[in-house]
Write a protein that binds this ligand. Structure first.
Ligand SMILES: [Zn+2]
Length: 87
């Protein structure tokens, strides 16, 4: 399954760690995935996901908020970013 939209964006635009306010790639249950990139100074996050419920792949740009979630455009499942337990 294609899951390279954000990867390509980073490569083509030579995005560095210091350009990012938030960047994560998480595995979800059932082979789902979510990747989020928020560049410094931008209100919208780039988000691509594979829905853990229906397997739909999509790339969207959505207003950044925390905790972040995005609704699958096919099945309506609310995809959340699992918390990182890190101190
Ligand atoms: Zn879905």
């Amino acid at each position: 399954m294609q899951f390279n939209r954000i990867e390509e964006f980073i490569r083509k635009n030579n995005i560095k760690l210091e350009d990012c306010q938030y960047h994560t790639l998480r595995s979800l249950e059932n082979g789902g995935k979510i990747r989020i990139l928020l560049l410094k100074g931008e209100e919208n996050a780039k988000c691509e996901y594979i829905c853990p419920k229906c397997g739909n792949y999509e790339y969207v740009e959505v207003r950044w908020r925390r905790p972040f979630s995005v609704r699958c455009s096919r099945c309506g499942f609310n995809i959340k970013v699992p918390r990182l337990y890190r101190r």
